[in-house]
Design a protein. Structure first.
Length: 293
């Protein structure tokens, strides 16, 4: 038996109309400093182009697509250094992990999973994560959608707050929540939303949808619920390419005991570089404001 195969962490292959489009690793073998957590990578277009990156040299704690939060009650579920007010990015022994508890549903086109967010030997959050894929059409060519819902329940018996480097003193760094690390290209991808174009026009602003368009692929992200659409987008296209939906952009998000915070992001994955008109039509399909969700 091939030992390299037996040592691989367990994973699930997601398929859209029979084609493999994503691999989900639910029990990753990662060092504590990366805040171990389940993630999707590789994610591919229908033509087979990879649109995620995992553990890149510039940010080894970036793990494809998943949930990553820098500050949950002072614990780091993002990985890497922690931003400390008055000190800046600091190496701390405060990393948490998201642990797979079990499947409630598991099919080739999606799953429902329960996870425990644990740090310092204490469970802070219980998550129910629902991931599904489905085919879309935007004209002559097809694309597919990744539907990602997270429901985070506070199980501590006391209020838990979620923060970000921005809430801890670093302006503009309000990241934390759903995050998609896209592959690096020689030319940065174009980024635009329903309300503007370019990093400065979309970063830190809520918008119904946002598109990241490279030469051979396009991602269209949409908040599929009102609460999700109210969260600003975190966007990078310069030193690396990544898009996130920010839970705590400029103020901490408090979760009362036994309360649940739910967010849903739907992402269209398309071959080729789409223009604004096509991206807008796709974005309308992805939201609960549209007619085809």
């Amino acid at each position: 038996m091939n030992r390299s195969l037996t040592n691989r962490p367990p994973c699930t292959v997601l398929r859209c109309d029979g084609r493999p489009v994503g691999t989900y690793t639910h029990r990753p073998q990662l060092p504590d400093a990366l805040s171990p957590r389940p993630y999707l990578h590789p994610v591919r277009t229908l033509a087979g182009i990879t649109v995620t990156e995992s553990r890149p040299a510039d940010h080894p704690h970036h793990l494809g697509v998943g949930m990553a939060v820098p500050d949950v009650a002072g614990r780091n579920f993002w990985g890497g250094r922690t931003y400390v007010r008055g000190q800046g990015p600091t190496e701390l022994d405060n990393h948490g992990s998201q642990r797979h508890l079990g499947w409630l549903l598991r099919d080739p086109d999606g799953f429902v999973e329960e996870l425990s967010w644990v740090a310092g030997g204490r469970q802070l959050l219980l998550e129910r994560r629902t991931v599904a894929v489905r085919a879309l059409s935007h004209g002559a060519d097809g694309c597919w959608a990744l539907d990602f819902t997270t429901a985070l329940t506070n199980v501590t018996g006391e209020t838990v707050t979620i923060g970000s480097p921005a809430t801890n003193g670093r302006p503009g760094a309000g990241y934390g929540g759903f995050f998609w690390r896209a592959p690096r290209r020689s030319e940065p991808p174009r980024v635009f939303s329903a309300d503007g174009e370019g990093d400065s026009a979309v970063h830190g602003r809520p918008s119904d949808w946002l598109a990241l368009a490279a030469e051979d692929w396009t991602l269209v992200f949409a908040g599929a619920t009102g609460d999700t659409r109210a969260d600003p987008w975190f966007v990078r296209t310069g030193d690396y390419s990544g898009v996130g939906s920010a839970l705590a952009w400029d103020r901490r998000l408090a979760i009362a005991p036994a309360d649940t915070v739910t967010r849903r992001i739907v992402t269209a994955v398309a071959d080729g570089r789409l223009d604004r008109g096509v991206a807008a039509r796709i974005g309308a399909q992805l939201s609960d404001k549209g007619a085809t969700v």
